[in-house]
Design a protein around this ligand. Structure first.
Ligand code: HEM
Length: 81
């Protein structure tokens, strides 16, 4: 899990610096979803919500048991702002 959060942290940093124009700045992400379940649903299958998005689906890639910590981390990014 620690490794996954590190990857997300690095991706976020790269996106913020403009090094990953295909990605998104996640600092406002938590505000864009009404609750944790909605945020998790987006991460699992973004194209279901936004056809054509560059964000890949993570369902089956990220372990089910890892979602709570991942969601908490995404929300934490918003809190830092
Ligand atoms: C586990 C890793 C990842 C997580 C947790 C994650 C999470 C998210 C979240 C929560 C949003 C919504 C942001 C908002 O509404 O403000 C988002 C958007 C987005 N993500 Fe990811 N993401 C991940 C990996 C990636 C990767 C690897 C890419 C690119 C290859 C990517 C590309 C995007 C794009 C382009 C958007 C904007 C959606 C759009 O307008 O099409 N994401 N991501």
């Amino acid at each position: 899990m620690r490794k996954l959060l590190k990857i997300v942290a690095e991706l976020t940093r790269a996106m913020r610096l403009g090094l990953r124009p295909d990605g998104a700045d996640l600092r406002q992400a938590a505000q864009h979803y009404p609750n944790d379940a909605a945020l998790e649903a987006w991460i699992k299958n973004p194209p279901a919500f936004k056809p054509g998005t560059k964000m890949p689906p993570w369902e089956g890639v990220i372990e089910e048991s890892e979602y709570p910590a991942l969601i908490a981390y995404v929300k934490e990014l918003g809190a830092k702002k």
